[in-house]
Design a binder for this molecule. Sequence first.
Ligand SMILES: Cc1cc2nc3c(=O)[nH]c(=O)nc-3n(C[C@H](O)[C@H](O)[C@H](O)COP(=O)(O)O)c2cc1C
Length: 297
Amino acid sequence: MSQLLDILGSKYPIIQGPIGHLNDPKMVAAVCEAGGFGMLALGFVQDLEKVRQLAGEVKELTDKPFGANLMIAMNPNNEAILEFLAEAGVKTVTTSAGSPKRIYPKIKELDMKALHVTLAAPLALKATEAEADGVVVSGTESGGLRTTGPESTNLILIPLVCDMVDVPVVAAGGIADRRGYQAALALGAQGVQIGTAFLASEESPASQAWKEAIIACGDAGTTLLPMGGMAMRTIINPKMDKLMASGADLTKEYNMGDAGKAWSAGDFDLFPAGGGQISALIKEIKPVKDIIEGMVS
Ligand SMILES: Cc1cc2nc3c(=O)[nH]c(=O)nc-3n(C[C@H](O)[C@H](O)[C@H](O)COP(=O)(O)O)c2cc1C
């Protein structure tokens, strides 16, 4: 058994990537039942009762291990959430969006394991110094929040980090099928984290319009939309295409606060659909079991 599988406790080293506010215990359980590591996205959940309820619902649907993602800088209640999760029997979490130094002492005190998500090699090293048990390394092709500075693709970043750290490395970004999964392992990763492909799955709580936007996205169909000091990878639509061609300042055209409403209503003029570059390879809405089995077959 690999070190990563030992940490996760799942059959396959395939982690469900957290997607903003999207949480559905049925989806988490479906990933676990298919052999992956399902995860609750608790980055923006501050209500402790909600955490208890979500974890309880997952436990009713599966007896397999599952985890949760905590966004370090976004949530003041992370320490209390960790205590709830430990009580619920969650053994492994992932952390992102902030300095691991702030949260790893509590994780260790609770005797939990954790993988820290990093977008750049030096930060992966810092995460291990803060005692992360592994790192999820997310190249520029990934969906989700990115930096506005220069970034590497996973083809560069994964081997770079594997050469720097002695903890398991998980590749996040650009993976939806067997080829991507095998490529990540060949680069030295022990596993993968899947965002966009699960977002477009049958069980995903995302709106049908959002799933269809991912399916319709082709080669070079995404771009990094700057948002304050960060950027969000989004699927280019006709309105956005026109704005980009006119040289408009996109930070003035879109407000990150509208993303949740736009994505659930399918109103991508309000805010473009989030999705990774891998959207170009996702051609149908499939059950998570088929996606996972396709990867490991
Ligand atoms: C729309 C969207 C929202 C995301 N939100 C989060 C988040 O809230 N926290 C986080 O750690 N990662 C987030 N991610 C990143 C994913 O968990 C995952 O690491 C990434 O999508 C992997 O790349 P892929 O989309 O190519 O599979 C998000 C990704 C997408 C597409």
